[in-house]
Design a protein around this ligand. Sequence first.
Ligand code: A3P
Length: 340
Amino acid sequence: MPIVWKKFCDEEKEVEKVKYAGMDEFIIVKNTSYPDIPQASLWQDQEFFLPILFRDTIETLYNFDVRPDDVWVVTFPKSGTTWVQEMVWQICNDLDYERSKKENLMERVPYFEVNNIFPKYVNFPHIPTELQEMKSRRFIKSHLPAPLLPKQIWTVKPRIIYVARNVKDVAISFYHYYKNVQHYHGNWENFFDIFMKNRVFFAPYHTHVYNFWRMRNEENILFLTYEEMKKDHPSVIRKTAQFLGKSFSEDQVNELADFLSFSKFSKIPTLNQDESVTRILKELRKTLPDKDYHFVRKGEVGSYKVEMPKEVIEEFNRWTLKETEKAKMDPDINRVFYNV
Ligand code: A3P
């Protein structure tokens, strides 16, 4: 068993803080074997925080059969995954807007480990089984950190698009999501505290991003940021299309950027996830804490500046600088992602 885990047990107060609806046990997971790629030598001490539902199935996920023509969208949660999933699917399906308006994005690009995030009574189809039966080319979303992704990823080398986003915007977005979708009971102070203590699922954030940043020049990996998509989406579309072996005219690129723009995207039911949120809350027998919450929420760069208290911003900045130093990253990365 290369993947080992220990139960998360801290002081009662800390355990209380990390719970969310229906999920009150967590594990800390580590992979003791790592692939034969240079960057993986840094993975051996990395530990990740996950709901207990991973305990019995993480090994199955790790042994999942990867296909060379798969396309994986991998991110830390709230980094713009949904947006990129649709961009990638459109690029590979020659801009089939009609189909995407009919078929839910989560069916076209399934969420690999969703069965491990929500309590079992939120009845999702078993995604690894569905994927096994799915015809190629498959599109797969995952939030798993590099060391916990299926081991064949590193030998079969499918295309992987990794997306990173400013940590403070991620934390804000994650808080709203935790509160409304996971039905988290803590307040924002508690949430930012557990975020910086690496006690939200798939944490630690920095390790997640830095692992892929170090692999950004691999031939099968494309590293994108949410911020560059907001700044100049057409050029990100062109870069992604090239990476996926496709090419489009200027008009087609602009048409896709327009289709994916926040104002349009947030209104398309098969893309905006409103139905999924309603369904999950129904299964959890909960109502939406914030009546005006939407999964596709604000879609801005720097929304932390209005939503996060100044002292929390400073705390996040100090934390990020420390993590960057600890990971021996080029400090330039701070300018790229964190604007600290
Ligand atoms: P906010 O909560 O800051 O608005 P993920 O898909 O990884 O869960 O990320 C969700 C975040 O991406 C949310 O951020 C959401 O609004 C934003 N997002 C989703 N679709 C978008 C789009 N078309 N344009 C810009 N941002 C988008």
